[in-house]
Design a protein around this ligand. Structure first.
Ligand code: GLY
Length: 378
């Protein structure tokens, strides 16, 4: 029997980036297979879904990338909704960043993009905001999407409708290269524990916080976040509140998503901790005291894929044929739209459709490399 033709593109990782890229490639007519281990661990299911380049106080290339992605989001979401028949819960609801004083507010890195609020205006934007907050910035252009309940499912459905194949429960173990170093195959352990070799000359590494397990030279490490949700009254809160260390994201049905701890020291330690949960409850009490009485719904945790400068790794990687889409840290949901477009254009056509600016700015090897070990004297 002749060997099966290799899939045109293998996506390693079935999280938000993997699905978003698979979707764009499938729309461009490529045959795509997505290999994933445990999709529920993906940061796309864990994040709060803020679209917040300004509220997060980003700067430099990362701010510009975030702004470019924010601009693309409505069209990208419209594509996902049209291809899936599902809604994604995109809400351009604006985000308020509160401050203890106007002086603090005016020093915020993205202050120039926001509308300054004094206490009275802050109370109008966020009825019930805690008394500590005397000033604010309203970023009306920022917003949110219901990633956990809607976007991930819609992307999955859109991919399936366009013929993307899914191989769930498979752990990628090694990458096979030819004599020139180029990718020729991916070796997996299937859900049944069997070894499997999938030929692949083109693949995308979108393994999030786990990326360096496959390619140790990638400077990606986990930053754990714990979260919870409360059920508030519908319409109790219109804007997202982005406080220092805690944020409150109100969904249309009143669910309030509360995030998040930031625990680089936890590595891949799973589970909730009393300290982490106390931190979130203290944040709720400070930002919106009445929400402390709202019924609790869920608690969860996950791992952000971080890099030394907190920007993603995009484009060609250290192995010819293996493209990178990882390291999005706090901004994965925001950056999914532009990441999918950049990687799918570069991979599908061999040319970066948006120009090389972003692929240059977010090269995987932009960081100072560790000194090579001194060679022995002699
Ligand atoms: N995007 C917010 C967070 O990572 O907690």
């Amino acid at each position: 029997m002749p060997a099966a033709a290799p899939p045109a593109v293998l996506i390693l990782g079935g999280g938000l980036m993997g699905l978003a890229i698979a979707h764009q490639l499938a729309r461009r007519g490529l045959a795509v297979t997505v290999v994933s281990r445990r999709r529920r661990e993906a940061a796309g299911f864990v994040a709060a879904g803020m679209l917040a380049p300004h509220a997060e106080g980003l700067s430099g290339d990362l701010l510009a990338l975030g702004q470019a992605s924010l601009e693309r989001l409505p069209d990208w979401v419209a594509q996902v909704e049209a291809d899936s028949g599902l809604t994604c819960g995109l809400r351009p609801c604006g985000i308020v960043v509160p401050f203890a004083s106007a002086a603090e507010r005016d020093l915020y890195p993205t202050a120039a993009w926001g509308e300054p609020l004094e206490r009275a205006a802050l109370e109008r934007e966020v009825p019930g905001i805690g008394p500590r907050w005397q000033a604010g910035l309203l970023f009306a252009q920022d917003g949110q999407i219901d990633n956990r309940r809607r976007l991930m499912r819609a992307l999955e459905r859109a991919c399936a409708g366009l013929g993307v194949c899914f191989q769930e429960g498979s752990e990628v173990e090694t990458l096979e290269r030819d004599g020139s170093g180029a990718l020729v195959a991916v070796h997996l352990r299937t859900v049944e524990g069997e070894p499997q070799r999938l030929p692949a000359h083109q693949a995308v590494l979108a393994c999030g916080a786990w990326s360096a397990r496959l390619l140790p030279q990638l400077p990606v490490f986990p930053v754990k976040g714990q979260m919870l949700s409360l059920q508030g009254p519908r319409q109790a809160l219109q804007r997202v509140i982005f406080g220092p260390g805690t944020y409150l994201v109100p969904r249309a049905d009143g669910l309030l998503v509360v995030g998040a701890t930031s625990e680089p020291e936890a590595g891949f330690d799973p589970g909730l901790t009393p300290d982490g949960q106390r931190w979130l409850h203290a944040g709720i009490a400070s930002l919106l005291p009445e929400a402390s009485n709202w019924p609790p719904m869920e608690r969860w945790w996950g791992f952000r894929p971080c890099t030394p400068d907190e920007g993603p790794l995009l484009g060609a990687g250290p192995i010819p044929g293996l493209w990178l889409a990882t390291g999005h840290h706090r901004n994965g949901v925001l950056l999914a739209a532009i990441t999918a477009e950049l990687v799918a254009d570069a991979l599908g056509t061999g040319r970066p459709g948006l120009g090389t600016r972003w692929l240059d700015a977010f090269r995987w090897d932009r960081f100072p490399q560790p000194e090579a070990a001194a060679s022995p004297a002699g």
